[in-house]
Ligand binder design. Sequence first.
Ligand code: UDX
Length: 461
Amino acid sequence: MTPCRVLSQCSLFKLNLVKLKLTIIGLGYLGATTAVAFAKLGHEVIGIDPDTSKIELLKQGKLPFYEPGLDSALVEVVEAGNISFSTEHTSTSSSADIHMICVGTPQGPDGSSADTKYLYSALDSLIPFLDEDAVIVGKSTVPVGTAAQIRNYLEAKLSFTPHIAWNPEFLREGTALKDTLEPDRIVIGVDDSWSEKLLRLLYKDITDTGVPFISCDIPTSELVKVAANSFLATKISFINAIAEVAEVAGADTVKLAEAIGYDERIGNKFLRNGIGFGGGCLPKDIRAFMARANELGVGHSVAFLNEVEAINLRRRARVLEIAQEELGDLSNRRVAILGAAFKPETDDIRDSPAIAVAEQFWMAGAHVVVHDPKALNNVRRAFPQIETQPTLELAVSNADLVVVATEWNEYREAKPAELAKLVANRLVIDGRNTLDASLWQQASWQIIALGRNLERIPVLV
Ligand code: UDX
């Protein structure tokens, strides 16, 4: 037993200021943010990821992806010496109080269930460094029942029963560090008091500010995350379903969302209609949830998520439909797609609705030009066939159609009168309801926004 643990077991909780030693395994968006956040709270963090180039960047205080505010926080904790990075565990991992698993659980080869192979490879590499006192804390989003499977797996390989806990993370890309340091709640799934004590200590600085701390059994904590993401996806598809009706009925979904959002039981968040949800979480999590529910024999209980996904995909396709209604055959029409990231303030293009829209235009024979303030390198790597332009002005030059696919401030703040001079045809489809329609109309653009009948909005002159 290490000296650190002797202290932990005997007197840790009498000392208010004791900080913990953690390994954070997997340094993607979740792991890197979590590692920096805990280092900022003063804990001693060792970040582990097998990707050599990622580790080299992190050691130099550089992030392998764009996340506002995380870059400067990384530099701060590297300089303070609270964090170190390695491609593999070393003997120092043995004295860690907590091993936090933050690896990805991507969609599996069947196209629905979550692939937990990275979870097991993280555990395999950890086994030689485990002892009775260490707590393994899962943060990755997993199918309910995974922690129990992991326990069986480890018990077969170890001579003792390991402490296992689950601690789902609700951070959003774009506001990841703030969401981690100032979360609206902390949820832990535990089945032993040692794990609970360590996790309470880990989060003490945050819970001291009044953040709710929910301690529950492990299956509940696993389910909390997928339930939360399913609810959010459902809320978005709900407003997008209303948008489909509104488009036919000549109603305005944006006004409608404002009107229903004042009802506190409904709330005004996640009611922005448009080309729908994407990213590395919501789409894959609802599919994995349906797959797991099917395995458990309760697939019917979450079958509505099939419709949530169908609505989401229809809204992506609606942009192309509108373009064809307006322009007819799109062959060789120049279409500027503004935005590639799945939402603003990230460079993440995983399952991005904007990319899906760009691909649909490309398949329809259009000459597609994509712009994004942060994600163009990722676009070039993943879709070399699609033309990219480094500025908004270059992207819209000679365009027959402009599509706003990600609601970056740069597009909201663009001057429609200036852009009007560059395009071949003043037609814009606002796929995110982000533009000031009257400004664009004043600059003699034809603007079509999803879920709205803009002809009914009086133009202010
Ligand atoms: C999500 C969850 O919000 C977060 O709690 C969880 O930890 C990880 O998954 P994230 O993937 O970063 O976070 O994105 P989020 O902000 O939820 O947006 C998801 C998608 O929904 C984006 O494509 C966004 O553009 C879209 N969206 C969001 C809408 O279409 N309308 C809305 O009203 C809100």
